[in-house]
Every structure is written in structure tokens, then in C-alpha cells.
Design a protein around this ligand. Structure first.
Ligand SMILES: Nc1ncnc2c1ncn2[C@@H]1O[C@H](COP(=O)(O)OP(=O)(O)OP(=O)(O)O)[C@@H](O)[C@H]1O
Ligand SMILES: [Mg+2]
Length: 504
């Protein structure tokens, strides 16, 4: 039997100054189908989604819904056509509450004119329970963790999809840990059963292969192929995306020096971190994993002077440092790649060159006067080619880069500074499979050269493959420590997901 497409794209083309972001792309979506969309950073995935949302207008091609050609000029048009969206970057209002965000913009649609406050709270609690989120619906979204905000964003779109027939997700799991992922997949399965069609964009290829019916690969703005997921191997998928195979990193067993470069003793942050003590040696990679809310990001922030210490000491290169602000630790050679690059990591209105060199300028300008633009260009250009950043030029404003490429610029900035200690919070979030491999290679290289790395990640694979030692955090504490080889990957996953087994 032939089922009609709910959505069809024919020959969609989108140009930006200096590049063709989408080149005659065809795409189709069946009712109840989960259709994966994959490709390298900058391949054009988010551009395609913004066209469906009416944020961008294509120069050529046709969009059909239920066989009817449509012109989508703004997000309201898209909603009226039955599409709901989860965007790659959070679009929540930080100053509104969780409940207000969940129902923002469609209060007027309620049959009673608007939802009463108590009803709104009740509806919010019901939604929150779908992802087992223990978040107070009256809490300001600005106070939430990144993963919680992402889950709220998902729930908002899912509640929209009560009326929507097409749900479009741009990297919904990039900040989620195992538990929320599991709940999201359950939600997706139930939507599919109701006949909702889903476009699923992700760099987690295992996920894509697992949950999707079909997979379309984009490369440099062109559609390479559309596959039945069942008939496809991960290795073949990678080759189509990247153009060649990518092996997983092999631990190099780099010799770690005895010299301790960071020593933390009985660190406490009110309500967030309890009695944290550990050391980091020269050239060592220590991986930190744990569930959402375990305190991983809080630990990074406390070490970088972004959270107030209640008690405890921090010694860097053998010297006690009274850490009160990032300046205190940057001065000692510490760098920090934050998980939320949009609010803390980048300057959206500055160019790629300025973003990569800005911290360097601040640090050196006091001593040497301004660095010549030419030197800056040289440094930025090295960093950009090292990490394979895809940008029209070094002068491109960073806000016009794809999400993954922005992330690479943030990382490049700290690598340029030759930090002796790097704190990386989800450094490969949103980064494609080939570029990830490049980043792992760079991390292994600089660690072999003596840089020490605290690697925070919700990707167990990455923690497992790169770390010399691994900490599992739970409830603001370091609950377990393993040296390399002391645990298998599966044991580690069990420790991270079944927090109970950590209770001693
Ligand atoms: N507003 C814009 N102006 C200029 N160039 C843009 C703009 N938006 C996107 N681009 C460029 O279009 C290309 C496609 O970007 P897009 O965001 O669609 O990539 P993506 O596949 O979503 O990548 P990622 O996996 O990193 O999210 C990139 O080269 C990007 O720099
Ligand atoms: Mg994108």
C-alpha cells in the first residue's frame, strides 16, 4: 500500500554570502515515521529546519504538506501547518517560570480564554513528570541546569505536538544524560504510535540508527543518500557523512608525571558540592562523569572561580590560590570550556578571529601592548585549521557559524592560550563524528606534551577512551575513583546510571 507523504521537500536551495548551504535538497516524511537527518558540522541540517520554521526563506524549491505546496514566511505559519520544533540552541525565556515557558504563546488558545494559574501549574506538573523532572514549575528557567532547560524545551514541543503532526528535533539529546535520553525515547515512541512524523537531527549515530526508520545524509549542502535504517551499518553511515572512515581513539598510555598541578582539598560549595578532594597530575586526563545534577558543572565552575567556595583549598602548581574570580585562575594557566557556549563561551557579534584571540589579547596586551592584527590572524588561522572549523572566512561573525563550528572556536581559544590545566565541560557537545576524532587527537597530543585535563562529559565512551583516571560524581560528591583499566565500560555505565550502587 502506498502511504502519502505528510511533508515533502523538492529541490530546496539556500545560499548565504559566499556559500551554498543547501543545494537542491529533496526530502520526504511519512506519517508515523522517524526520519534521521545527519551530516558534518555545517552540512546544512539546521538551515533546512529553519526553512521549515519560516525563519529562513529558500531561494529555490518547493515545500509540500499533504501534497499541497506551501509558503512558510514565519514560525506562526509553520505552527498552523502542524509543525512543532525543538531547536539546537535553547529558545526559552530565562526570566519566565518553567510553567510560563511550557505554555508561552498559546495561553490564548485555551478554550477558557486563558489557563488559570493553578491549571497551568497542574498541567506543567503533568508534563514534567513525563521526563521525571523534579523541577519546580514556578522556578525561573534562567536558574535551571542546561540539561533541565533542554528537557523543558522538548516537553514544550511535545505538548505542542498534541495538535502538531510533525515534530522536528535538532539535536535534542546533546545535553542530556542517559536517564533523560531513555525517557525522551519513550516519549518519541508514543508519539510515533499516535502517527506523529518526526525529523530527528543528531550527531549520536547509535541513537539515530536505533530509533529512526529512514536516514538522510547531507554533505556540504547536498543530499548524499536516503537509507532504510535497518539496512545500514554505522561504519557505512560515517563514510557517507565524512567521506572516509573514523576509528575510535586508542588510549596512548601517555606517561603521567608525578608532579601534581592541581590539588583540591575539602572543597565545599553551599548546597552544591560537598567535601571534594582530589589531585590532577601533569599530563594527566581525569574524566568526570555522573548523572544530571551530580555536580560536574558545579565543580568546574567552582574551580574556575564562578561559584563561591564555602570552605576548602585549591593549590595550582603547588601554590595555594584564593580563587574568587576566573581571573585568579586564568593567571595561573587554567582554561575553561563551558558547556553553555552561547551564554558564557562566545561573543556572538565578533568575528571568528576575534573570538579565538580575545582572551589572548587580554592576557598579553597589558604586557606587550596590542598584538598586531596580522599575528592575530595567523594564530586564529592556525587554530581554525587545526580544528577544521568551517567558516566562510576568519572575519565571519561567529553567530553565523553552525552550532558545532562555534563549539570548535571556543575550544580553539583555550588551546591557543597554551593553558597548562584545561577544564572541559562537554567539549564535544554538538560536534560531528569526524571532528570529534580530531579533538580527541588534539587532547591526547597536548596531554602528552604536559597539559593536564579535567574532562567532564555525559558521553561515557569519551570518558572511557581518553581518561587516565575516572571519577563518578553523585549528589555533589566524588563517589568513586577508578584508575585506567580498573573498570570496564559497561561497569562504568552501570555506576553512572544506577546511582544506588554508589551508596556505600
Ligand atoms: N545566517 C547565516 N549567514 C551566513 N552563513 C550561515 C548562516 N546560517 C548558517 N550559515 C552557514 O551555513 C552552513 C550550514 O549551517 P547549518 O547551521 O545548517 O549546519 P548544521 O548542519 O546544522 O551543522 P551543526 O552540526 O554544526 O549544527 C554553515 O557553513 C554555516 O556557517
Ligand atoms: Mg545545526
Amino acid at each position: 500500500m502506498h502511504t502519502a507523504n505528510v511533508l515533502e521537500l523538492i529541490g530546496i536551495t539556500k545560499r548565504f554570502p559566499g556559500l551554498v548551504a543547501l543545494d537542491q535538497v529533496d526530502f520526504s516524511l511519512l506519517p508515523g515515521e522517524i526520519h534521521g537527518l545527519v551530516g558534518e558540522n555545517g552540512a546544512g541540517k539546521s538551515t533546512l529546519i529553519k526553512i521549515l520554521n519560516g525563519v529562513l526563506r529558500p531561494e529555490g524549491g518547493e515545500i509540500r504538506i499533504d501534497g499541497q505546496p506551501q509558503i512558510i514566511t514565519n514560525p506562526r505559519d509553520a505552527a498552523a501547518l502542524g509543525m512543532a520544533f525543538i531547536h539546537q540552541e535553547p529558545t526559552l525565556f530565562p526570566n519566565l517560570s518553567v510553567a510560563e515557558n511550557l505554555f508561552a504563546g498559546r495561553l490564548h488558545k485555551s478554550r477558557w480564554g486563558f489557563l488559570r494559574n493553578s491549571e497551568q501549574l497542574r498541567a506543567a506538573r503533568t508534563l514534567l513528570s513525563k521526563m521525571e523532572l523534579s523541577v519546580d514549575p514556578t522556578e525561573r528557567v534562567g536558574n535551571l541546569r542546561l540539561a533541565e532547560a533542554q528537557a523543558i524545551e522538548i516537553l514544550r514541543a511535545v505538548s505542542d505536538s498534541a495538535s502538531a503532526r510533525i515534530l522536528i528535533m535538532d539535536e535534542p539529546t546533546s545535553s542530556l544524560t542517559e536517564n533523560e535520553k531513555r525517557l525522551l525515547f519513550r516519549l518519541i515512541a508514543s508519539l510515533k504510535k499516535e502517527g506523529v512524523a518526526i525529523i530527528y537531527v543528531s550527531h549520536f549515530l547509535d541513537e539515530v540508527l536505533n530509533i529512526c526508520d529512514r536516514i538522510t545524509v547531507l554533505k556540504d549542502g547536498k543530499r548524499v543518500n536516503t537509507h532504510t535504517a535497518k539496512a545500514l551499518s554505522k561504519a557505512d553511515l560515517i563514510i557517507e557523512m565524512v567521506g572516509h572512515g573514523v576509528e575510535s581513539p586508542k588510549h596512548m598510555g601517555s606517561p603521567v608525571a608525578d608532579e601534581v598541578v592541581l590539588a583540591v582539598s575539602s572543597l565545599n560549595v553551599k548546597n552544591l558540592l560537598h567535601d571534594i578532594s582530589f589531585y590532577l597530575r601533569r599530563g594527566e586526563i581525569v574524566g568526570i562523569c555522573g548523572l544530571l545534577g551530580a555536580g560536574k558543572t558545579e565543580l568546574a565552575k567552582a574551580l574556575f572561580g564562578l561559584l563561591r567556595r564555602e570552605s576548602g583549598t585549591i593549590a595550582i602548581h603547588g601554590k595555594p590560590v584564593d580563587v574568587r574570580s576566573p581571573r585568579d585562575v586564568i593567571k595561573e594557566g587554567v582554561g575553561f570550556v563551558t558547556e553553555s557556549r552561547l551564554t558564557e563561551g562566545i561573543f556572538a557579534n565578533l568575528s571568528v578571529r576575534e573570538n579565538t584571540t580575545i582572551t589572548l589579547l587580554k592576557r598579553l596586551s597589558s604586557r606587550l601592548g596590542l598584538i598586531a592584527t596580522r599575528t592575530q590572524r595567523q594564530l586564529a588561522s592556525n587554530a581554525v585549521s587545526d580544528l577544521g572549523v568551517r567558516a566562510a572566512s576568519l572575519e565571519q561573525l561567529i553567530m553565523y557559524l553552525s552550532g558545532g563550528n562555534q563549539q570548535k572556536v571556543v575550544l580553539g581559544k583555550w588551546l591557543l592560550l597554551n593553558s597548562t590545566i584545561l577544564i572541559l565541560d562537554e567539549p564535544t557537545r554538538g560536534i560531528d563524528v569526524g571532528a570529534k576524532r580530531e579533538i580527541y587527537r588534539i587532547l591526547q597530543r597536548i596531554s602528552a606534551e604536559g597539559t593536564s585535563i579535567l574532562l567532564i562529559s555525559s558521553e561515557i565512551d569519551e570518558i572511557f577512551d581518553l581518561s587516565d583516571r575516572i571519577f563518578v560524581m553523585y549528589d555533589g560528591r566524588i563517589k568513586k575513583q577508578f584508575a585506567r583499566g580498573e573498570v570496564t565500560k559497561n561497569q562504568l555505565i552501570a555506576y553512572v546510571t544506577e546511582s544506588t550502587s554508589l551508596e556505600t
